[in-house]
Design a binder for this molecule. Structure first.
Ligand code: BGC
Length: 543
């Protein structure tokens, strides 16, 4: 695919760069309190290290395409595993009957049933249940984890009724979405290569996860069978394709990240003669393991070294929801240590790994209040920031000229002056340190933005890498055609700035003409229905 060259959108990265316009509020250039001055160079360095100008994006897209080819040539050929899904035929809309889906991929597992009515009725009814996985189960044994899942499934299956009907003489069939790297050995079997996303369950790696589930179902006396084992990306692609024939790629941006796409069988040398009736198959890239040429910082490196899987899942650690908040936290701790960002001490709670989540950083970026009140509350609730900054919690300023909102736990928050310029009286500034907290909050938002921007833009480059590979190896697959990339995952769904950065990067890389045909579409919870549809397509009762 020819990727149109455009000059990178270089934006000045000044500490006080205006952010999203706030309605009706004149922009105020706040004075930097002396103890924050030393933070400005740290922020500038962070922004420089995280920068993703067009040449960096292009390198990432090219390297992604190259790694895909190398991974398709031979197992272990690159960071990308390029796992064969054994999904050769996608749902046709003719599927009928009752099917279940079981989805294990992060902090929750979901169970779902769907009654399919074929071409005319499509999805007659769905019901689902979501159970959060107790934290300790992520570190216990395979039996513990699978028993927990099977018992959740059993409870859910007991409640079946109403519009759901199982055809006589059939077992309930399950599409099992297992969102970790699995070496599939057939459509209904696969061996866990390794856990990701913080899971460290003992004894599962190297085992067939369907066998683990079957044994646990047996222990529960549950008579159900797995007809399709799929990755969440594959489930999403199947679910989205059921409604739209142009879906060619699916991407998950949630706790973890990954992408799959429709590949020509003859473009997969490692397939070694295995046939597919359609000539196409879905390949699960496992792009979370990609690492080539990423703009990484000292914070990323330290987080990686301290993680339970050092050196692995580098792309995932740079762009996905599990890690963005943690990187921000690490930056803030360094800033607090070096430049007294929140006062004299580093707030104790902020030193706890993963205390700041990606939902928090997204919420902070949505704060449009003039004094960043929501940012203040989040920092207080989550990280106990105010408690750690006693020198910044002065008495309320009583001066009538000093228009200050006083928050007991946050100190004085400077607001606009009557002239639209920062005109806090000198004495108020000294007495109340009015700018310090607002300045600190602005810096916090800048840090969130810097990492969301890097993540979103790199994700966009990854998507272009996949499209580029598809087009380069099979001219006309993408070019000149509407091509849909189905997206799912909480990060994509709930972080509008991230989404925008992703789209911007895709447009920058493809150019405005080509990118018109590339539709990036949210396919909410498509992987559940998709897995059930794939259970139907691969039903044991098909023939
Ligand atoms: C896993 C993938 C999964 C992705 C999104 C990654 O950590 O390795 O298999 O698709 O998370 O859930």
């Amino acid at each position: 695919m020819s990727v149109a060259a455009r000059s990178p959108a270089v934006r000045s990265v000044s500490l006080w760069r205006p952010r999203t316009a706030r309605m009706g509020v004149p922009r105020v250039r706040m004075a930097v309190q002396s103890n924050l001055v030393s933070i400005a160079p740290m922020l500038t360095k962070l922004q420089r290290d995280c920068a993703t100008p067009l040449p960096v994006l292009r390198h990432v897209a090219d390297a992604m395409a190259d790694d895909m080819r190398a991974g398709l040539a031979v197992d272990g050929g690159s960071d990308l595993k390029m796992i064969l899904s054994y999904v050769d035929s996608l749902p046709t809309v003719n599927e009928k009957g009752l099917f279940y889906a079981l989805d294990l991929g992060g902090t929750n597992f979901r169970v779902l049933r769907v009654q399919l009515g074929g071409k005319d009725e499509r999805v007659i009814a769905t019901e689902f249940d979501q159970v959060s996985i107790p934290q300790d189960l992520m570190f216990r044994t395979t039996e513990d984890l699978f028993d927990f899942i099977a018992s959740g499934l059993a409870k859910f299956a007991q409640k079946e009724g109403g519009k759901f009907h199982l055809a006589q003489g059939r077992m309930r069939e399950i599409g099992f979405t297992f969102s970790f790297p699995v070496k599939q050995t057939s459509i209904d079997a696969g061996i866990l290569i390794k856990w990701t996303k913080g899971f460290a369950v003992s004894g599962t790696a190297g085992k067939d996860v369907v066998a683990c589930l079957n044994e646990a179902m047996e222990r529960q006396g549950l008579n159900m069978c797995v007809s399709a084992l799929v990755n969440d990306t594959v489930g999403t692609l199947a679910g989205a394709r059921y409604w739209d024939d142009d879906v060619m790629v699916a991407v998950i941006l949630g706790t973890g990240t990954n992408a799959c796409y429709v590949e020509r069988v003859d473009a997969i040398p490692k397939l070694q003669g295995l046939k597919s009736t359609s000539g196409r198959t879905i390949v699960n890239t496992e792009w979370g393991a990609f690492s080539n040429g990423l703009p990484l910082t000292e914070y990323d490196r330290e987080m990686d070294v301290e993680s339970i899987n050092p050196g692995e899942q580098i792309f995932e650690k740079t762009i996905s929801g599990m890690y963005l908040g943690e990187i921000v936290r690490r930056v803030l701790v360094k800033m607090a240590e070096a430049g007294a960002l929140f006062g004299e001490r580093v707030p104790e709670k902020l030193s706890t790994p993963f205390v700041l989540g990606t939902p928090h950083i997204s919420a902070m970026q949505q704060d449009n209040s003039k004094d960043l009140q929501a940012v203040g509350s989040i920092l207080y609730d989550v990280a106990g920031v105010a408690a750690g900054a006693p020198t910044n919690v002065p008495l309320p300023c009583t001066s009538s000229l000093c228009r200050i909102n006083y928050f007991p736990n946050l100190g004085c928050l400077g607001t606009k002056s009557g002239t639209g310029r920062s005109s806090f009286r000198k004495s108020s500034v000294t007495q109340c340190q009015v700018n310090s907290d607002l300045s600190a909050r602005r810096i916090v938002v800048e840090v969130c933005d810097t990492l969301a921007k890097r993540g979103g833009r790199l994700a966009g480059a990854g998507i272009v890498g996949i499209l580029q590979k598809m087009e380069e190896d099979s001219k006309g697959t993408i070019s000149g055609k509407r091509t849909v990339v189905a997206m799912d995952g909480g990060l994509y769904e709930h972080y509008p700035q991230y989404r925008r950065y992703l789209q911007d990067a895709v447009t920058e890389l493809l150019g405005s003409e080509l990118s018109k045909n590339v539709v990036i579409e949210h396919s909410k919870d498509g992987s559940g229905i998709g897995a059930a549809l794939l259970a139907a397509t691969n039903s044991k009762y098909k023939h």
